[in-house]
Every structure is written in C-alpha cells, then in structure tokens.
Ligand binder design. Sequence first.
Ligand code: ASP
Length: 333
Amino acid sequence: MTTPVIIVHGGAWSIPDDIVGESRAGTKAAARAGYAVLSSGGTAIDAIQAAVRVLEDDPCFDAGTGSVLTANGDVEMDAVIMDGRTLESGAVACVHNIKNPIELARNVMEKTDHCLLVGPGANLFAEEVGIKRVPTETLVSAKAVRELQFYHANYDCTVHDLFRQRGSGHDTVGAVALDVNGNVAYGTSTGGISCKKPGRVGDSPIIGAGGYADNDVGGISCTGHGESISKVVLAHQVIAAMRTGTDAQEAADKALANMASRVDGYGGVIVLGREGDVALSFTTERMSWAWAKEGTIHSGVNPGEDFREPVDVTNGDVANGDVQNGGASNSDV
Ligand code: ASP
C-alpha cells in the first residue's frame, strides 16, 4: 500500500495582506477534504474533485465562485482533471454559469471521447449530464469586481505587464494527489486572469502546459501567467525532467527559472513524485499552498513558511495553533 498524499494550491502572485489569512485557511480546508478521501481508501481522482470543489466554493479564490472577471465583466472559467493511471483527462474552457467546473471536467473525462470542450459546447454538455446553470451574479465576488475596477482605472489590461507590476488579489486553484493504490491525479480550476479578453483561454485546461499526471512519474498543477506557462510548456518541462531521474524539487525550480529567463514569466507549481515526494516552488511574491501526509498538514503563503499541524481524519478537524518549522525557502520544503 502506498502512503497517500495530497498537495493543493490557491494560486500564486502577490496575494494582498488582507486575504492571506483566508487564503491560508482555504487551502488547508481543501487539503483536509482531499486527505479525508484518501485516508478512507478513496481514489486520487475523487480526492482531487473533493479538494478543488472546496476551493471553487470559497470566494477567496479565482475559481468557481469568486472567479475574476473578463474585461467586460463576465465570468469565463477553465478546469481540468487527469488520471495518471490511464492518462485519461477531461477539461472545459471558457465555460459560463457553472458552480463547479471541476465536476464538469470530470464528466468530460468519463462520459465523452474528448479531452476538452469549450464555450457553448461545454455548457450544452453540462445540460446533457444534468449539471445545472447558475446565474452569473452568484459566481461574482466583491473582490473580483473591485479588482476589475482597479484594472480598468489604472491599466490598459495588457496582462503581462499588469501581473509583473502588481500581481493579482486572488488566484487559480489546483491539487495533485497520490492514493493508497499508487495512482496519481491532478486537477486545476480557474477564472483565468482579471480583465482578460472574452474568449481567452490560459494554460490551466491544457494538459502538458498547466499540469499533468502520470503514474510512472508523478503529477503537477501550475499557477501564474498562463501565456508564459503555455509558451514554455511548464508542466511538461517538470515531468520530462522527473522522467529522466531529476528530483521533483530540482525539476520544479529549474523549470520556473527557465520560464523567468526565457519569457520573463512568473508563477508557481505544486508537484508530487510517484513515491509521494512533495515539491513546491514559486517565483512570485507569494503562493498559497497546503499538503497532507501521514497525519500532518503543512501549509504556507510567504516564502520560507512551512507551518505544520496534525490532521484528525476521524472528524476532518485540525488541531488549533500552527507550529512553524521554519527554514524552508519558497522553493524548498
Ligand atoms: N494560470 C492561470 C491563467 O493564466 C492564472 C493563474 O494561475 O493565476 O489562466
């Protein structure tokens, strides 16, 4: 039996001080939800769906409820899920009015012969599988509205400069899990980037760019500037390095360094090796993350943080009071 482990992220970029607490709590809650599934013998895919759903339902994050807004104030979401046992994957892009896009992505994986459905086709498929439409306003958070207003007032919405100069208030979510049977899975869900052009699709729903899972190697979920991530095919770089024996942390650090030097792009990754080795790395100011293994949850937002606390899987509760075991850098846990 393999020791189960799950790692989640709540996005990279600056994460303003006023939402650091919420962001930290949200990623821990998601790791706890995924770990509860794994601890009771559940599959990596089920753990991913459970963890990402918690993050999609938390308006602190840019996914599902709380998604950032397009330049014209709409909500267009991307999500993906992948099973490292079979290499099956399912994704949706530019989908509207769906509360939990990760659930729709899973339906694409399990009920179609396709990997990716976009726009109206994705919404039509949601109807076919009985996932109901929700009004756009139920997905819109006050934070997302404020952020769009700020962007309109201060920038011309050329996203690359925007992200480098200011960062984003709240962000994309993702998870990677390894279950007791040694199966790896990953999922990512996002509203994309604030002030994006309608129809824009980022890296997140594209396997190989924004993430990947393969039982033979491990899994990864990326966050950050989607256009940069796509240009360097970030997830593929990490997985390809791990496939030839590079350890997960080194592979993650090198791929992010390459993205910075090659295309001046920034972001973060969470990675699991097939033996359950955990790595995370980010080149942005902050990244919200949490991982759970052997009854302990680790978490952090700022560089160098590694808070640890026990997780009680019998009632899904976590003991109060973080204990910080310092010393780790943002690219070394
Ligand atoms: N990578 C996502 C995108 O570009 C956004 C993010 O992770 O912050 O759509």
